[in-house]
Every structure is written in C-alpha cells, then in structure tokens.
Design a protein. Structure first.
Length: 282
C-alpha cells in the first residue's frame, strides 16, 4: 500500500445487506475482495478505470453484481473474460472462485497495466493471466495459441449481444457458453439479435437472473451456448462483424499487442453452475 492510502477496512462493505451478501459470495476470501475494492477505489479512480462517483457503490454495483455470475459457472472451469477493463467480472470471479482458471483479455495498455499489478498484489497469478489484445486476435492474430477453447467466456457492458457473440463465441469450445452481464436492454437485445447469434454458431440466447436471495436486485446475464463452429476467423484488419476493427470495436475491444503472465490449465467440467450451498460453503 502506498503511503497515505486508506486502510483496507475503509473499503469494506458498510451496508448491512451488502456485508451479508459479500460474506456469502466471498467466504473466507472476503479480505481479498476488500483489498481489490481498495485498488478500484484508489488506483482505479486515478487511472480513469472507475469513475470517482462510483466509489460509494463499488460493492453493490460492481463486486457483488459480478460475483453472483459465479453461480452459473461449473467447478474448475476455464474462463476467458473479454474486455476486462478494471477486472470486472474476471478478477472478481477469480477471487470468489479460486477453482477457476481465468484469462483477462483487454486491449488498452493502461488497463492491462492495472490488471497485471492487481493480479500480482492480490496473489492471483497462479490461476489468472492477463493478455493485451482484442478478442479477435485470439482467433486470428498475435494471441493465437495463447488461450485454450474456453468453458465460459464472460463480458460486462462491452457491446450489443450480436457483436459480443461475434467476438466471444469463437473463444468458447463447442458446448461452451458466453455469459454476458447486461442491464435494462437485455430482453430487447435477446429479442432483436437471436437470428444473428444463430448465424454465428450460437444457440437461442437466454436471460438468467443471478443472485436471487442474496442481492436486493439480482444481476441479469445473457447466456449463449456455442452449438457449432463456423468460419469465424476475421480477415486481417477486419472485425468479426465485417467492419474494420478500428471502427466497429468499442474501447474495451480495440488495440493490440502482447500479453503478460502465465496461464495455468484448470480442470474441466461441463454443465451448470454451483449450487447455492456449494457457493456459500467456500
């Protein structure tokens, strides 16, 4: 901790309901989650990864909202988090679920620098890897061979579901899933983009609620199973949506370069997520 930085206790959940939810979701790793909250509220704000007005809502809006996604992920899964930004949901999942192997893919240098430092400071390096680049570059580009076909690909607030499926489904194994945390537009996106998702090899998108009985407002996730492989390798300089990568990709899915860290293979297990009792037992 830098001189003058707030002690970890200052970043603990203060609302009674948030505290109960945090204990249920993080268990004996709650202290680690508090340390991550401090990083978000200090370095994350200074570096422009988290808005200064978000510091009072780090737990309900960010950490808890991301942690409940873990109930949809099977034990020992290999997870790729696309457009990781400040580590949401990737780092949160790695803290709450130490059985997961997590790869964080993020194109912007200042964000990958933060992610790399956070992984090191939190002692997550044995199960978490940070790669700088676009999701497409793990299919056809400099990141090819750096990741394995994922059991689960996660994303949060990255793009509409059709573009998101184009970037993320090629990273999943056939039978693997995209889990996208979404807000109020989720139902409309599912209704609008189902045909586009099918053309990309995905099944019918499903709306799922995460954290019922734990959070006052459960999180919304869109689940898409990769049902078949398609010719999803983008040509040079093009995104999977057919437009130039520079023009079509959002800030969280642009730029390119190299990666850092070392990937560890996790045990694989297909199927649904953990039960509530398993999750609370951590």
């Amino acid at each position: 901790m830098e001189p003058g930085a707030a002690p970890d206790a200052a970043w603990s959940p203060v609302d009674g309901q948030d505290e109960a939810a945090a204990k249920a979701l993080f268990g004996d790793r709650l202290e680690l989650a508090v340390r991550y909250a401090r990083l978000l509220g200090t370095d994350g704000v200074v570096r422009g990864l988290i808005g200064p007005r978000e510091t009072d809502r780090l737990w309900d809006r960010h950490l808890l909202n991301c942690a409940v996604l873990g109930e949809l992920i099977a034990d020992g899964a290999y997870v790729i988090d696309v457009g990781s930004g400040a580590g949401l949901p990737g780092i949160v999942l790695a803290i709450a679920r130490p059985d997961l192997t997590v790869v964080l893919i993020e194109p912007l240098a200042r964000r990958t620098a933060f992610l790399t430092e956070a992984v090191r400071e939190l002692g997550l390096g044995a199960r978490v890897e940070v790669l700088r680049g676009r999701a497409e570059e793990a299919v056809a580009g400099p990141l090819v061979g750096r990741v394995e076909p994922a059991d689960v690909v996660t994303a949060r607030a990255v793009a509409p579901i059709d573009r998101l499926a184009g970037w993320c489904l090629p990273l999943a194994r056939v039978g693997g899933r995209l889990l996208a945390l979404k807000g109020s537009t989720a139902a409309d996106e599912v209704a609008t983009h189902g045909a586009a998702v099918e053309r990309l090899g995905g099944g019918t998108p499903r709306l799922l609620r995460c954290g019922a009985g734990i959070l006052d407002q459960p999180a919304t996730a869109v689940e898409i199973v990769r049902e078949r492989a398609v010719d999803d390798r983008p040509s040079a300089g093009r995104s999977v949506s057919g437009r130039s990568a520079a023009s079509s990709a959002p800030a969280s899915a642009r730029s390119a370069s190299t990666g850092s860290g070392s990937r560890r293979s996790g045990s694989r297990r297909s199927g649904g997520g953990r039960s509530g009792s398993d999750r609370r037992g951590r």
